[in-house]
Structures are given as C-alpha cells and as structure tokens.
Design a protein around this ligand. Structure first.
Ligand code: NBX
Length: 835
C-alpha cells in the first residue's frame, strides 16, 4: 500500500536524494567533494593515500544508497533471514571488489586518471582487513559475497578486533617474529559505527533457579560490558542488494567507575574499563588448537549474546509469536566457536520469554545449523567446566540440563549401554571435566555438515558416529566449500577474465554469476591461438609476481622457470615439511648431475608463504628450515639457474591475489583425511594452475571434475592411514630401511648442509620417531609425482591444454553454488530482489 511520507514534502526529499553514480563527471565531483570536506585537504598536496581515502568515501556513498534500499526491503517484506556467525571474516581489501561489484571500476579509473592519479596506485594504498586466520575466515568472506550476489537476505555477525592476524616478520636467521596489526590506525572507511545499536552483556555473577515449577532461573551480579555495532557493507555483484556484516566492539558500560575514581582508586577505575575493551582487542592467532583461555571464552559469549539480542529484537519487530522464530530466522554456526549461542537462546527463551523447556528446545533445534571444519582431535573445542561455571553460571546449568535430558533419551534408545553414554556425554570426565562443544553444536542444531565429500563422510564415521546412530543419517550432510569467482578470478586476474568474456562472447556479468559456463572453453584447448593467449596471460602474471617481489623484497626471480607454490597456514598436517624435504632432494639430485644431464632439466622456482601460530614450535622450525635452505640453494652457482626457493613473508589475502594467478603448479599435500576441504586448491585451478596433491579434501572433487589425467595425485589413501600409524607405533622400521631417499635428505640436514646442524633435530625427529603425518610413507610417491610434473611441463602444448581444461571445469567450486545449497537445503531462505 501507499506509505505516508514521515515528515515534510516527499518530492523535496526524493529530489535531494543521492543515487548511485553512473557517469565519470559525478564520480570526479564526489571524489573532489570528499577531498574538500571529509578529508579537509587541498588538491595541491593530495597524495596516493589521500586519493585512496577520497575514492573509498565516494564508493562508500554509492554502497550506502544500495545498502539502505536493501535494508528497507528486508524490513518491509520480512522474509526469513539467515545469519552467518563467524569469529573470523578474512575480507582482504574492499575498494577493488566494491568497484567491480558495482560495475564502476572503469569509470572510476577514468575519473581518477583525469585528476592525476592511477587506479592501481590508489588500490595499493588499502590495508587488508585481516580478521581471520586462514581458510575458515576466508570462506566466511566468500559466502558473504555470494549471498549478496544471489540477493539472499543473509547477514554476517562477528567481532571488530582492534588487531587482526599478526604481521609476520622473518629474522635474518629465519625465525618468525610477530608484530601487531593495527589495521584501524588509518581510519576504516568501510565501516559505519552504530553507536545507537548497543547491548549489555553480563559475565560472572550468580544463577539461581526459581523452583517455581518452571525451568526458570535468575542470573544477577557480575560484570556488565557494552557491545556496540559497526556495520560493514557487503555489495553483491551486479545487483542493488547490499547486505550487512555487523561487527561488535566491546566497551565499558560506564566510561569508568566513578565510585572507585572518587575513592582515589584511579587505577582500579581505569582497569574495569580496560578489561571491557580487552574483549575485542585481538584476534586469537591459533588455528587447529584450543588453549582454554578465559578471554577467548569471553569473546565467544560476548559475540553470541550481542548477536542473538540483535536478531531477537529484529524478529520481535515483525510481531510474531516466539514459537515462529525458526520460520523467520536461520543461524549458521561457523565451526563450534559460536556454540554458546545455542545455550544463550535457551536462556532467553526459558528465563526471559517464559517458555517451557520442550518448546524452547524445539525452537532452538530448528534455528541452528552447524558446520564442522576439522576432524583433527586436538582441534575439537572443549571448555573446562569450572571456567564455564565461573564465567557463565546460568549457561553451565543449562548445559547440564540439556545433557541430562539428552542422555536420558540415549538410554531409552540403547538401554544399558553405559559405554555409549560416556562417549556421547556433553561432559568429558577428567580433571577438570570439559564440555565438548562439537557434541553440543550437533545436538542443538537442525542439521550438521562437513565441507567436502570425504570430510563429511569422516565426520559421520568418526567424531559424530554415535550421533548418526542416535539421530539418524538425514541430519548429517555435505556442502562442499566454494570460492567467489569475483575476487578469485575477475579481480585477481583481469586479463584472464577479459579473455574468457571475449571467448564466450558474453559480458562477465553473466558468466561470473554462472561459473559452469566456463565449460564452453573446453573445445578451445584445441585452438592454438587461444592456447597462446592463455599461456601469454600466465606469463604476464608470473612477471607481475616477479615485479611485486622485486619491489617489496628486492629479489630477482627467474620468470622462465616453472612456478611451484604452497601457500597456507604452517601446520604439520599440511606437510610443508614434505615439500621442503622434496626441494632438498631435488637440490641434491641436481648437484650430482653432469652438465649434459642438467640441460634437460626445466628450471623451477618454489614459493612458500604462510604464518605459524606463535606458540607452534615445530611449525616455526619448518619456516626456519625453508629460509635457510633458500639461502644455500639460491646462492649455489651449480644449481641456481635450475632451482630457486623463496619464503615470502606476511602471507595475506592481497599477496594471494598476486601469487595464485602466477602459479603453474600448486601443492595441497596434507596427510590423507586431515584437510577438511582446502579452498586455495580451487583458486589455483580456477586460474589455470595445475594441482599436485594427495587424495584428500576437495582435491578429490576437483579431480572428479577436471579428470584424473589433469591432476597429479600421490600418497596413501585415507583408509590406510590408521593402519600405517599403528605400524609406526608397534612395528617401527628405521627410516634408512623404509625410505632411503628420505633418510639421505634428513641426514644432510642433520649434518649441517643448511647450517645450524642441531637446530632442526626436533623437527627431523617428528619424522624419525612416530611420524604421525606419514612423511616416510608418502615421500617416494611424492618424489615420483614431482618427476611427473617435470615431465608433463616439458610438453608445453599439452600442459596449456591441461591448464585450460582445469579452469574450464571449475564451475562447481563457485561459492554461489555452495551458498545456494545452504539457502535451499538448510536455511530455507529465498532471494529478495531489490528493484
Ligand atoms: O577451514 C579450514 C580447514 O582446515 C580447511 O580444510 C577448510 O577448507 C577451511 C574452510 O572450510 N579450517 C580453518 O581455517 N580453521 C581455522 O582457521 C581455525 C581458527 C581458529 C580455531 C580453529 C580453527 N580456533
């Protein structure tokens, strides 16, 4: 129906409203306007940073127009919405992505050029938003891009860390040093502080059951802090839909405690304000380990409580009864980090909404969805009961109640099976007792999924096996991860994107949103002209990377070599150690070759990048070994034209955008069954890089799509792993006997070929003793696979064909496909077109 204009004259309002820019002159006008007013600067001394800020503010104005219209539409139509709760959003830079999604990049480039700037230089001024560790955080960012692009009403909720993932420095000795990442120091034009959107969050205190015939309790006392919203605009690709990522910042409820202040306790007064601010001060830099730190638990509760309060308030504005909550709200839990949301919603429903237990549990278990990202036992979150009892006394009561009722129902289905009850209890016995968060997330959710076929099968047959038997298989599914082709092709590889558009004879607006169209490139693998263009673009991307390394690190890279890349967090299960030992093996082999033999060898440049958790000793030693091997190899005149090695410091989304398009081959070589999915594997293949990997995670599905003849697989398969580990423990065979080639490499390191003879022993010993990640079992087939890569690269025509075929078959791995699976098969959320 026709709405009444709130105040004043509608025509005056509407006539004065900003619209999205469409022409170069309105863009330059807006740019100059921001220079004059928002930045209060003179055109005469405007530098690139100032030009970036003016561009960003002007692009932000455009985004806000769309963002407002999208919000209005959602409020008016009140469709079911989904919320993606993630402690990490690894967004990277925003300006380029926003310009491309708005379809305004060319016009802005023209505009800033007229004002005397270059778009490339401006884009390069932006700092990454690095509020994440790795794949899990980057996946969340890709899913936001795809949600907005598919016009889905999906919001993200996270924390506004003052410091993102640490900056990595490498000392001359090869040690990783960590420096803080004060990413907000230069002002962040992409966020809107919402000082009016704030919630109080309680910690500690007392919980008392009411014993009035209801399950209610009262939670009082303790510490209260304030959660304040900061909104980040998420533009869809070629659509008005612009969604929201809401990040919470903690601050003290009152500036500081006046009573203590007046009593002369200045320090105590300031301390209470400091401890509130501390909650969102820093991203925890550990992946795949849990540390049981109280501040981390505080972060988790602070964030889930604020997000739920916000979601509930929005739901209440619709005016529906609380029992209909799951008809309007779906909440996706990105790993177990937000599991407390399940308990918090129970608390609100019981204690504040006065719902009976069964009704409350019904609402909760129809609202939440849980995605698991790992089956590594050491990575499964557990929280000590005493810590929970202290910090969140009411929540601990509710967890006990959930557990009691749950175990009663298990007992009913499997009478007398005490073992099973012990295995399935939310509380793990021990000193202290611990709450198993994955089990809580599982029983509190409507559905549970893994992130690739193999991984989802492992979830069902290992860590949640008992739960499959109890709850039925249909609750457990798979959504294979995906990546956004906007950032990971169009943005990072503009030349390839342009070639694809020319070849398909469609605007990129079409194929970027229907990535399976890439299949139409397949026949072009037989077209020499197309192959030459394809190969020339790869070559230019290699030169772009070399230029970047030259400028940032002062190193000169041989762009006639094959570029071999492994970039990811440092972890034993990802086996960067296997790669560096393989490099050493290649080096020793080259050293033993005659000049004649060397002529047949193709030069290779090996790149590593990735951060190690600051307390992960073995991972840091691996970095040190890589750096020191690089020193020796790169300086050896016998071999340096044929093999060189670089560890690029401070891996980031932006660095990935330069590395990935330049890769000929990339390595994804985890011990079978340990890498849940991997997502950079998809990015490399989309950009025409070939894959060298184990039969693990999404590598398997990539091979299914592109055909086994186009990937290089090696190593033992998942079913063999358990048995091999058993052999290592109970029937160990000396490495000299089992794998002489590997033994030789290890001995050379031990002998000090790369300096520091003793330093690497703890790292080498992980292989010599126990070898949990099976390097000695896979080394020979790894070396054989590397040789196959070399051989394949000699036939460059065939290689380029493989490259084209690989890229052409990557449609499945668009995050658009993945997000539609979540929307349709999990959340029941539908696109909302904003006209
Ligand atoms: O999630 C990663 C998996 O290792 C990848 O296989 C997968 O592709 C990706 C997306 O599904 N997991 C990951 O990145 N985990 C973390 O970063 C992490 C961070 C904090 C933490 C535990 C894990 N406490």
């Amino acid at each position: 129906g026709k709405e009444k204009w709130p105040r004043g004259e509608e025509t005056v309002w509407k006539g004065a409203m900003r619209d999205v820019d469409t022409d170069v002159s309105s863009i330059t006008k807006s740019f100059v306007n921001h220079v004059q007013t928002s930045l209060a600067r003179q055109p005469y001394n405007l530098d690139n940073l100032g030009a970036y800020q003016a561009s960003a503010l002007s692009v932000r104005d455009n985004l806000l127009v769309n963002w407002n219209e999208t919000s209005l539409q959602y409020t008016r139509k009140a469709p079911k919405r989904a919320y993606y709760l993630s402690l990490e959003f690894l967004m990277g830079r925003t300006l380029d992505n926003a310009l491309l999604n708005l379809g305004l990049k060319d016009k802005y480039a023209e505009g800033v050029e007229k004002l005397g700037f270059s778009m490339e230089d401006i884009l390069d001024q932006e700092r990454d938003a690095a509020l994440g560790n790795g794949g899990l955080g980057r996946l969340a960012a890709c899913y936001l891009d795809s949600s907005a692009s598919a016009e889905l009403p999906v919001w993200g909720y996270g924390l506004r860390y003052k410091y993102g993932i640490f900056q990595q420095l490498i000392s001359p000795e090869g040690d990783q040093l960590e420096a803080p990442d004060p990413w907000l120091d230069n002002q962040n034009p992409w966020e809107l502080p919402r000082l009016d959107v704030a919630y109080e969050v309680r910690f500690y205190g007392q919980a008392e059951r009411l014993h009035d015939g209801t399950p209610r309790a009262q939670w009082t006392g303790g510490q209260e802090v304030l959660a304040v919203a900061y909104d980040v605009m998420i533009p869809g690709c070629y659509t008005k839909t612009t969604n929201n990522l809401r990040l919470w910042e903690s601050k003290p409820k009152r500036g500081f405690d006046l009573n203590s202040f007046n009593a002369g306790n200045y320090e105590g007064a300031v301390e209470s304000s400091n401890s509130a601010a501390a909650i969102t001060s820093v991203l925890y830099p550990n992946d795949h380990t849990t540390f049981g730190k109280e501040l981390r638990l505080k972060q988790q509760y602070f964030w889930t409580a604020a997000s739920l309060a916000d979601i509930l308030r929005r739901f209440k504005n619709i005016g529906k009864p609380i029992t209909q909550f799951p008809d309007y709200v779906a909440i996706q839990l990105n790993d177990t980090h937000p599991t407390l949301a399940i308990v918090e919603l129970m608390r609100i429903l019981l204690d504040e909404e006065d719902q009976p237990w069964a009704a409350a549990w019904q609402i909760v278990t129809n609202t939440f969805f849980y995605t698991n990202h790992t089956v590594l036992p050491e990575a499964l979150e557990k929280w000590p009961v005493p810590l929970l009892e202290h910090l969140l006394p009411r929540h601990m009561q509710i967890i006990y109640d959930i557990n009691m009722l749950f175990l009663q129902s298990v007992e009913k289905k499997f009478p007398g099976d005490r073992d099973r009850l012990g295995r399935m209890s939310l509380i793990e016995e021990g000193f202290p007792k611990q709450v198993r968060m994955a089990f809580l997330a599982c029983i509190g959710s409507r559905k549970v999924n893994g992130v690739a076929e193999l991984h989802s099968d492992l979830v069902k047959t290992t860590i949640l096996k008992d739960f499959v038997e109890f709850e039925g298989i249909s609750k457990f599914g798979n959504v294979t991860n995906g990546i956004t082709p906007r950032r990971w092709l169009d943005q990072c590889n503009p030349e390839l994107s342009a070639l694809i558009s020319r070849t398909l004879k469609v605007d990129k607006a079409v194929w970027l949103k229907d990535l399976s169209m890439l299949e139409k490139l397949l026949p072009r693998a037989e077209d020499k002209k197309f192959r030459d263009e394809w190969a020339a673009i790869k070559q230019r991307n290699k030169e772009r990377l070399a230029h970047h390394v030259q400028v940032t690190l002062g190193l000169t890279i041989n762009t006639n070599a094959m570029f071999d890349v492994q970039i990811k967090r440092l972890h034993e299960y990802k086996r960067q150690t296997l790669n560096i030992l393989g490099v050493i093996h290649r080096y020793l082999t080259l050293k033993s070759m005659s000049a004649e033999e060397k002529k047949k060898v193709n030069p290779r440049v090996v790149f590593f990048a990735g951060k190690a958790a600051p307390a992960y000793y073995i991972a840091k030693l691996t970095i040190r070994l890589i750096v020191n091997v690089a020193k020796v190899i790169n300086a050896d005149p016998d071999t340096k034209d044929l093999l060189s090695l670089y560890f690029l410091p401070d891996y980031s989304v932006s660095l990935a955008e330069v590395l990935i398009p330049a890769s000929d081959i990339s390595q994804h070589i985890s011990t079978a069954g340990t890498e849940a999915s991997g997502t950079s594997n998809m990015k490399f293949c989309l950009n025409g890089g070939l894959l060298l990997g184990t039969v693990d995670g999404a590598n398997i599905e990539i091979a299914e799509e592109v055909g086994e003849s186009n990937v290089f697989f090696f190593g033992h398969l998942t079913p063999a792993v358990e048995d091999l580990r058993y052999q290592h423990t109970y029937h160990p065979v000396p490495i000299e006997e089992k794998c002489p080639a590997l033994a030789h490499v290890l001995n050379q390191v031990s002998a000090g070929l790369f300096g520091d003879a003793h330093v690497y022993e703890p790292l080498l010993n992980t292989i010599r003793q126990g070898d949990h990640y099976l390097l000695s079992d896979d080394f020979d087939s790894y070396i054989a696979a590397l040789a196959m890569v070399d051989e394949a690269y000699l036939d460059r025509t065939e290689w380029v064909k493989k490259s084209i075929r690989t890229s052409a078959k990557m449609g499945k791995f668009s995050s658009d496909r993945a997000i539609m699976e979540y929307a349709e098969s999990y959340w029941n959320v539908e696109p909302q077109h904003v006209a």
